[in-house]
Design a protein around this ligand. Sequence first.
Ligand code: NAP
Ligand code: G4F
Length: 341
Amino acid sequence: MAKIALITGITGQDGSYLSEFLLQKNYEVHGIIRRHSTNCKERISQLEENKNFFLHYGDISDSSNLANLIREINPDEVYNLAAQSHVGTSFEVPEYTAEVTGVGTLKLLEAIRQINPKIKFYQASTSELFGGIPETAPQNENTPFYPKSPYGCAKLYAFWITKNYRESYKIFACNGILFNHESPRRGEDFVTRKITVGIAKIIAGKQEKISLGNLNSKRDWGFAGDYVEGMWKILQHDTADDFVLATGETHTVREFLETAFNYVGIKIEWRGEGINEKGFCSKTGKILVDVNTKFFRPAEVDLLLGDPSKAEKILNWKRKISFENLVKMMVESDLKKFSQE
Ligand code: NAP
Ligand code: G4F
């Protein structure tokens, strides 16, 4: 019998890669989508003809809808990827972020507890939980949490309620504490994609420069395709547990930007300091990068660097795509996309 998976957040970056991965493993894949006034299925349109792929309207904030779907689909595994996932935006909409990213997880767990507690549950937890204590890097499953944003605080609740339902009700509920993972399908308002789209548009003559916030924060960036395999492995392990998935490497936003410009043959020269710092093309002297304070956050996470050794040892999971190949993949994809538009 084919296994049945239910994915919340199926229209997102991770939802699309996870759907493809599970369909290849012969799962029947069900996803929850919200009603939009425009097309929200860009990342999953290639799957809509697949006979094992099903979409249902719903929302992580609607508990009766979640209960109906759990009852109707009766999945073997639930992957909770739905979230207001943008850290910067969470400062603008903190209450909404708490409802969706935090309490939404409880609503789904409650539906599982009441309808079928044998369903396995994956929670999309995050390295943003570690947040503000740089001296604790590299961060692993035993590192103390110190979230620095409404998003991080909402995910902290979701992390603990997942663990609580595991301990209280013996539900196979797991947290994947995932460090940043990117791809050509990454939302354009996250810094990596903003950079690769910006470069492609500059090359195509559609944009002058890229305006960014903090150039010096450090992130542990991997490829989303590698991480969805890790999510699946977490639910296939014989006991429910929490795992860090990361590359074990960290780079500044500035390094990501320089590496990406390098692929199109442009060397960036930096002049000025702080909000007056600018990145110039070393050949033409044109300003290609500047700093705009509107992209600064009220509180920043300065350093994320994950230690994935538990997942490597117990799950035999390891990232495959290097930082350099990730940047290359994203730049190449956007160069192609924006030269055709
Ligand atoms: P994403 O591209 O922003 O996708 C978020 C998904 O959640 C979208 O499908 C979105 O649907 C859906 N969603 C938002 N609000 C919802 C609601 N009220 N009800 C139902 N669905 C809702 O995020 P991602 O990068 O794929 O990340 C997936 C999950 O992993 C998120 O929970 C994120 O917080 C977490 N995470 C991500 C990373 C990373 O580096 N990517 C790292 C750690 C953890 P619409 O299309 O309708 O907006
Ligand atoms: O790309 P970002 O917005 O990702 P961030 O804040 O690290 O969050 C992502 O990863 C988390 C895992 O650690 C996920 F939980 C979360 O859902 C999301 O997927 O920002 C990365 C860094 C930050 O330090 C930010 O301040 O880049 C800096 N940055 C500098 N200029 C910018 C910009 N970020 C954005 N989005 N836009 C800028 O213009």
